[in-house]
Design a protein around this ligand. Structure first.
Ligand code: NAI
Length: 350
């Protein structure tokens, strides 16, 4: 069913508060989840509220975290989140990185001991809104094989870049480093449909098309995507001293334990390079030129990263609101707690 932005955000906020999150943290989390749903990134929107509520209720997300900021150099620092809700930690970490970049030209902030922070494009877009360029990397739980391997080691380890333009457009490139999210495989399974052979592998590491036989996801573009996936973990895990690779905690293993995840934001002030005005002007020109490229057969237009998400958002509001699965809305409107759905499930929450 379709919901207005206000109703969607307030349903999520109320549910998170019912589970024990304080209002300010629930508000920030609901705002970022709404950002995802309104852009059509439903895998990282309201569908997650039930899981977060269970983890909050069971103590695996600290509701009164003691955040610690340690500035380690003129441009760098570590933000320890005390296993609080990841959305607030990633947002406050980005605010620090923006401040450092404005003061010193570059800001590099590592966040440690956090929980899941959702669509990481939200955070890089914060920097682009300030006229800055940004990159963010974060860890997720092991469910993808390294190229050539038959066993999972890395997560879907996303990476996001963002840059401003001279107009109201922003480039927000935001992707998992696996071909598909696990949610897409679950969806195919529920519809009794096969999956393309380049999405996942079975227990022997060979490609499978039957979603019931999936043991792990695969990196995008073979060895190149595997290299990216690994370097995301190097920057957001190994470099920060949190558990890395196959040691990263599972999303669903023990909901009473903090996840100890890492994330890294890097923000650059164009004034320390080409100059802010020229950077933004040239970015606008670049997007205009890309948009004017003749489309290939089967395409209407060449899009820049983030453009289709913005179009989905505009379309949602022009057609009566954000489409949310009925079952999720019913859960959020009900007084039900459902605090026993995810705990100790395997890494795919089956
Ligand atoms: P996706 O495959 O929908 O899009 C990836 C990127 O490609 C986007 O920047 C999009 O703008 C761009 N794109 C897609 N089609 C395009 C086209 N036709 N022309 C130009 N650009 C195009 O995204 P994906 O990989 O499914 O990730 C979805 C979300 O999941 C992201 O927000 C990501 O941050 C989040 N995520 C978060 C994780 C976490 O642990 N926190 C783990 C994995 C993903």
């Amino acid at each position: 069913m379709k919901l207005s932005r206000e109703e969607l955000k307030s349903l999520m906020k109320n549910k998170l508060m019912q589970a024990g999150l304080h209002e300010d943290h629930a508000d920030t989390t609901a705002e970022i989840l709404t950002w995802s749903d309104e852009r059509g990134y439903h895998s990282h929107g309201s569908v997650r509220v039930e899981y977060y509520s269970e983890r909050i209720f069971k103590g695996g997300i600290t509701v009164d975290p003691k955040f610690t900021w340690t500035q380690t150099g003129p441009c760098s620092g570590i933000f320890d989140g005390d296993n609080g809700i990841g959305y607030v930690i990633a947002k406050e970490g980005m605010e620090k990185a923006i401040q450092l970049a404005k003061e010193n030209g570059i800001g590099v902030v590592g966040m440690t001991n956090m929980s899941h922070s959702g669509s990481i494009g939200y955070y890089t877009e914060m920097a682009a809104n300030e006229g800055l360029a940004a990159i963010s990397f974060c860890q997720s739980d092991p469910m993808a094989v390294p190229y050539g391997g038959a066993e999972p080691y890395y997560g879907t380890n996303p990476i996001s870049f963002a840059a401003p333009t001279a107009d109201d457009r922003k480039v927000v490139f935001d992707m998992a480093t696996t071909v598909q999210a696990w949610g897409k495989i679950l969806d195919k399974k529920s519809r009794h449909e096969s999956i393309p052979a380049d999405w996942a592998v079975g227990v022997d590491g060979a490609p499978v098309t039957d979603p019931n036989l999936v043991n792990a996801l695969v990196p995008i573009s073979g060895a190149k995507g595997y290299g990216l996936m690994m370097m995301v973990d190097v920057f957001s895990g190994v470099l920060l001293g949190v558990p890395f690779g196959g040691h990263v905690s599972s999303m669903y293993h023990d909901l009473s334990e903090g996840r100890r995840l890492g994330q890294m934001h890097i923000v650059m002030d164009p004034n320390r390079f080409v100059g802010a005005e020229k950077f933004k002007k040239d970015m606008s020109q670049c997007l205009d030129e890309i948009g004017n490229i003749k489309p290939a057969p089967g395409f209407d237009k060449v899009n820049y990263p983030g453009e289709r998400a913005e179009e989905r958002k505009k379309k949602a509001y022009a057609t009566g609101g954000i489409e949310i699965v009925d079952e999720i809305v019913e859960y959020m409107r009900s007084s039900d707690i459902h605090y026993n759905r995810y705990d100790h499930k395997n890494r795919f929450a089956e």
